[in-house]
Design a protein around this ligand. Structure first.
Ligand code: FE2
Length: 404
């Protein structure tokens, strides 16, 4: 039994975790699900900072001639084994797609996935960038001899798939560009960060590792970890608030000295519990804040609040045009996003409701839980780090694009 556990652990190892040192660090457990029989599969892991862990998803699509990977996740031995099982049934992995310029969590896995499948063509969205130093594309690890740029060098598998671009938007530090993929056969729309569906209860990938939920379900650092359905649910709602608003209005950061004084209490002297260091204090209204965010039926769609407040407040026309273009995709019935819940029902009606909601509500609220995002946006704008017109590319040329 112990040997089996060790084998499982070895298959989940990821020694390159220091490249982006976030939870779960060197051990990445993966949930594999078949979303549509013999056509679409989801590979999910958790990732996050300070146990604010949300699912990150790679979608595998059966295309003519093999398989396509959309938004690769960390290719642990476990992931590669599962992918090779799919290859034996459905043909080789022929394309690996990085559909975003800005999501570092999606970029980092691409070079390793490309090395794991050396015959696959790597497709990346245009205007890739790195921070704080602008590096040439080959230095970012993309294999030069088999990397192509979406749209500029063509598009993969167009008999099966349609590709729809959101952006580019100039954000000062870099460019936002996301490319959605529509699988015509199944009516499935696959996106990266722009659209999400946040469920009211924790996703099944947390069954592999409920610790992030239980860590944040506590009221203080010396409260022991207790694994019950109620605590998992409480932790999930708090993680949703953290992940969407960075610092929700119902959260207070406690003085450092107070948090340190409570550290190293009996039962909490473990690194996985941060030795009892827990600088958060939730106000009583936290639950109603979470319920307000999740008040729409779970199948309804959201533009992730971080993107809505930091990327799109001055580009809502572009966002609405993209949503309406998606709504016109023939046969659209399902959404698969790289984060949170998937698949969810999604047709023209849901997208029209989303577009109407965006038009009705102020796109850039400044109050309540939005205050931190509004503060960041205002700071970036006032200091000229973010341009007032993100669609202004100085005559059409993206700044510092390593592909130019
Ligand atoms: Fe992402």
């Amino acid at each position: 039994m112990e040997g089996q556990a060790r084998l499982a652990l070895n298959s989940q190892r990821w020694d390159w975790w220091p490249l982006l040192p976030i939870y779960p660090y060197g051990i990445r457990k993966t949930l594999v699900r078949e979303l549509v029989a013999d056509r679409l599969w989801s590979f999910e892991q958790l990732h996050g900072i300070w146990y604010v862990a949300v699912p990150i998803r790679m979608t595998v699509i059966k295309v003519t001639g093999g398989l396509l990977l959309y938004a690769p996740i960390t290719p642990t031995p476990e992931v590669c084994t599962k992918l090779k099982e799919l290859e034996s049934l459905h043909g080789p992995i022929c394309s690996i797609v990085l559909p975003t310029t800005s999501g570092l969590e999606h970029k980092l896995s691409v070079p390793a996935m490309a090395r794991a499948f050396p015959k696959a063509t790597v497709w990346v969205s245009d205007y890739q960038w790195s921070f704080p130093i602008r590096l040439p594309s080959s230095w970012l690890g993309f294999p030069a001899d088999r990397t192509k740029i979406l749209f500029r060098d063509g598009l993969p598998h167009t008999t099966d798939l349609e590709w729809i671009s959101l952006g580019p938007l100039h954000l000062g530090l870099g460019t936002f560009l996301e490319v959605a993929c529509f699988d015509r056969l199944t009516g499935s729309l696959i996106v990266t960060d722009a659209l999400v569906s946040i469920p009211k209860t924790p996703l099944s990938v947390f069954d592999l590792d409920p610790l992030p939920l239980l860590f944040h379900a506590r009221e203080n650092g010396f409260e022991p970890i207790l694994d019950t359905p109620e605590m998992r649910q409480k932790g999930w709602l708090r993680i949703v608030l953290f992940a969407n608003y960075l610092r929700p209005a119902s959260l207070e950061i406690r003085p450092l000295f107070d948090s340190l004084r409570e550290s190293f209490s009996p039962g909490c002297r473990q690194s996985k519990l941060h030795f009892g260091f827990y600088p958060f204090q939730w106000k009583p209204e936290w639950q109603s804040d979470a319920e307000e965010l999740l008040s729409t039926p779970s199948a309804m769609l959201l533009v992730a609040p971080v993107l809505q407040r930091l990327v799109f407040p001055r580009a809502q026309v572009l966002l609405l045009a993209w949503i309406r273009r998606l709504a016109n995709l023939p046969g659209l019935c399902r959404l698969i996003s790289a984060h949170y819940d998937s698949p969810v029902d999604c047709g023209p009606q849901q997208l029209e409701i989303l577009a109407s909601r965006l038009l009705q509500k102020p796109s850039s609220p400044n109050q309540g839980s939005w205050a931190t995002l509004a503060f960041i946006d205002d700071l970036l704008l006032r200091n000229g780090i973010v341009p007032a017109d993100p669609q202004d590319f100085d005559g059409g040329n993206a700044p510092n694009s390593p592909w130019a």
